[in-house]
Design a binder for this molecule. Structure first.
Ligand code: 1CP
Length: 351
């Protein structure tokens, strides 16, 4: 029997990340596990709080696998949250029903002294248990993505004390006291490296860095708070894992997307829905694989409008290394049937 070439035997998601234009592009969806799925809501109702779910390896592995069972995405993403890192450092983090995350805010360098980076891995140890369980139970063609928030985005939650509209306190600190704010970012760089190395050890095959609020910074601060910390994380991980695929998602980076891709050294960039497809094809795909970028609201609306938007993305980007995804997370109100329709359309595509 002829031996399949190595490329043929690898998972489609990893082939795309390695720079291959896969005939039927692989896909997964940010927030593919979550409240739009009734089976998620059932598990979630059985736990006290959201963090209890994140730190219960058995249940977190179960909800990680739920969307894979329904739709067979090409990748599963570890079920956890970007705010487990501040929690692991010793900050108070709570998720209030209907309110989102609430943290005891940090506003000065002096407060950094209270953090206990040496206890991080022990405090969030359950997350690595989730990774190992998912890896064990995942279908062989499906890849496992680990993740963390990028330092800037995590810092916004730590400084604001939760979600924010304008990030005024974080930006003020970053502009008024760049050295002091830089110490917070450095702490987060170190913590993120430790945390992600441990996820890879436990079985994550690729990583995504979520920089959901990258788009609010002017150029100088974007370089200092987004590009440089991301590059440090990428370099440190590559020292230990030279071939590790890392996806950077600098949401809202606009005209800085190209600089981000070139200068951080990430293997691929995740595109939000505002990135024009022509720009992605001409400026970003020559640098490396791209991932994205269906408007999440179109998945929620479904129908012909969604189909046309899917085809438009595929026609533009599927001829080069590409992973289909949304431009941001699946919306809570999304009917699960619409995800099934999207899945069928993607599976029927041939470049
Ligand atoms: O009760 C619940 O079910 C809470 C809803 C929820 C879920 C399902 C939260 C609270 N987090 C998550 C899971 C989650 N979060 C995952 C794993 C699941 C998957 O993707 O399938 C991931 C990767 C995240 C990442 C995350 N958390 C980000 C980055 C991506 C993004 O959405 O921009 C951010 C910003 C958070 C913070 C967060 N977690 C939860 C809330 C309500 C928030 C605040 C969001 C905001 O400020 O707008």
């Amino acid at each position: 029997m002829p031996v399949a070439p190595k490329e043929m035997s690898r998972k489609p998601f990893l082939r795309a990340l390695a720079g291959e234009a896969v005939e039927t592009p692989p896909f997964w969806l940010m927030r593919q596990a979550g409240r739009y799925l009734p089976e998620y809501r059932a598990v979630r109702a059985s736990t006290k709080g959201f963090l209890d779910l994140c730190f219960n390896s058995e249940l977190a592995a179960e909800v990680t696998l739920q969307p894979i069972r329904r739709y067979r995405m090409d990748a599963a993403i570890l079920f956890s949250d970007i705010l487990v890192v501040p929690y692991g450092l010793g900050q108070e983090v709570a998720f209030k029903e209907g309110e989102g995350p609430v943290l005891s805010p940090i506003r000065s360098v002096a407060e950094l002294g209270a953090y206990e980076p040496n206890r991080l891995l022990e405090r969030v140890g359950a997350v690595f248990g989730t990774v190992a369980r998912v890896k064990r139970d995942l279908p062989s063609e499906v890849a496992l993505i680990g993740f963390a928030g990028a330092p800037w985005t995590v810092a916004t939650y730590m400084v604001e004390g939760g979600s924010s509209r304008d990030f005024a306190k974080t930006r003020k600190w970053a502009f008024e006291d760049p050295d002091g704010f830089g110490l917070l970012i450095d702490r987060l760089v170190d913590a993120t490296i430790l945390y992600l190395k441990e996820q890879v050890k436990a079985g994550a095959e690729a990583l995504q860095l979520f920089d959901s609020w990258a788009g609010v910074l002017p150029e100088e601060a974007f370089r200092r708070c987004v590009i440089q910390p991301t590059r440090k994380i990428v370099e440190a991980l590559r020292e230990v894992y030279p071939d590790l695929p890392i996806i950077g998602f600098p949401r809202g980076a606009g005209l800085m997307y190209e600089t981000y891709f070139r200068e951080t050294g990430v293997s691929a960039v995740g595109l939000d829905q505002t990135v024009p497809l022509g720009f992605a094809k001409e400026k970003l795909q020559p640098i490396g694989p791209v991932q994205g970028n269906l408007e999440p609201l179109l998945l929620r609306l479904g129908g012909d409008r969604m189909d046309r938007a899917i085809d438009d993305i595929l026609e533009n980007l599927a001829g080069a290394p590409f992973i289909f995804n949304l431009g941001h997370g699946v919306m809570l109100e999304t009917p699960p049937d619409h995800v099934a329709r999207l899945t069928e359309r993607l599976r029927a595509w041939k470049s």
